[in-house]
Design a protein around this ligand. Sequence first.
Ligand code: WT7
Length: 660
Amino acid sequence: MAEADNTKQESRIFEPPASLVQQATISGMPAYQALCQEAERDYEGFWGRLANETLEWHKPFTKVLDESKAPFYQWFNDGELNVSYNCLDRNLKNGNADKAAILFEADGGEVTRVTYRDLYERVCRLANGLKSLGIKKGDRVVIYMPMSVEGIAAMQACARIGATHSVVFGGFSAKSLQERINDAGAVAVITADEQQRGGKQLPLKAIVDEAISLGGCESIRNVIVYRRTGGNIGFTEGRDLWLHELVANQPTDCEPEWVNAEHPLFILYTSGSTGKPKGVQHSSGGYLLWTALTMKWTFDIKPQDIFWCTADIGWVTGHSYITYGPLAVGATQIVFEGIPTYPNAGRFWDMIARHKATIFYTAPTAIRSLIKAADADANVHPSKYDLSSLRILGSVGEPINPEAWMWYYRNVGQERCPIVDTFWQTETGGHMITPLPGATPMVPGSCTLPLPGIMAAIVDETGHDLPNGQGGILVVKRPWPSMIRTIWNDPERFKKSYFPEEFGGKLYLAGDGAIRNKDTGYFTITGRIDDVLNVSGHRMGTMEIESALVAHPLVAEAAVVGKPDETTGEAICAFVVLKRARPSGDEAKQIAKELRDWVAKEIGPIAKPKELRFGDNLPKTRSGKIMRRLLRVLAKGEEITQDISTLENPAILDQLKQAQ
Ligand code: WT7
């Protein structure tokens, strides 16, 4: 873990503002420590108390944590609830019926205010519509939707009837969609005719048609289409239906399906170390508990807040901090259809000002690209907008570099708003390590301390604790309610990936390296320790991209590594050996373009290699193993100073030095 040892010690400390500390849900470090101690003293009692206080149970649970089938941990397993009931009906009962649940802003700027009652009725009608198609508890439904109220309603409607949803990000290709439909065995897809982003219409329904035509989607009985743009689409009689026609005559109430706390609420595919994405399965009770609780703890959500998470519902951040967490706590949130740079790079700041957002949660990549834009054009600098409504800022998805942190803190938060740098993963369901806005002194670039009840630690390769100041492997020592339950269709892979025997089978392995500060004990994430890249906060498996490349008829072999990138955090760099002679000049450029487009078609545009280099071969050991560490150095454009005595073909390094 070379990176860990190089971590620069950041010494600036920023205290949370006293006014915020005073009224915060977790007010001051002693309050944080008290909760941590409660969890340590009586782990089950702690979680049981919170589950009773935070959620409404149809049937109370009597057992908090069942470890008998470890690592397939079960939480609140004899309890019953409904997630959609907790997010909607509970708000109608609590006097929030006329409160705005969603302030939806379309790409073009039109705003729709959706109250809790409106949302409840929309969800119920859609839930009834799904039931009318024979969709029932336990069925899987794939959702391939733009950012929309309908997308959120589709997820909630599935939850209401006990169907397990699997949202596929609208940027994924037909092939990726087909693989996910097939793996999940989905009975229906909910999609839109097109999506509208940055003033452009992009197809969705056409991609669903293509995915199904690839075969292996025989489980699909219906495709439900939300009309977003009115663009021209094909319709398969008997299979395809308009969403507005499906819900037209449905009742506006729908009795929720009470499910066991462990009932799978959703499957969300994410990248791992192999070519095949993993279907991360989440529960109903434990998951909802943690998304609701972290809204209160990490975001200190209050009834009058206007919360804005800029993620897409296709990623876990959109699941936890758009569809579920904010609704479970009765918050008002902004939902945005478009992109941060349209009509100009001041869009986020303009929206914060117009909607009077109080909590703003975005990704470092977005911040870095908006810094660049503001440097180039003073009119889109945050100082040109009234951001005085903001009280808390958040960061998610990748490490935030101290420079970007400082810019965010000064220019967006005006040195008034704490930044919660939230470390977590698709698998963790919600925040794990993060500052608390009314308690934790912040250090730029550090996600600081684990939330109460989260037993994060740093260990060596044998699973033994490392002292502060020594970089190692990030683990969680005890199960927590919102943890991944299994990998859909692949429980063995679940065990191997997250609870490997080398670590005694009891430590949850995050897949990240981390280091704790000697004095403060603060955590800093040093990056993935597996073959997973983080490009613009999107997780990409190097093997997935390699498989896509070698599927091209011209390609004999490919190796993909990450290289640091100023804006996207990491960038994808591919080293390719063709079945024919190594190309050069214009031919190389043209083949590189063809391969990039090919990867976009195979996986999605987010997986396109930024850089592609051709060689006669790849650097290999005598036993034929590709030496990726050397490729990483080459990708960075650095000289190789490492030991290359095991390298069989040193001459290849010169060839691969140059980008085409
Ligand atoms: C990986 C998880 C977190 C939800 C969205 C991404 C990296 C995430 C941070 C952070 C440093 C971070 C890790 C992690 N990551 N947040 N605050 N600081 N690194 O979820 O796609 O499952 O990716 O993102 O490497 O393992 P994901």
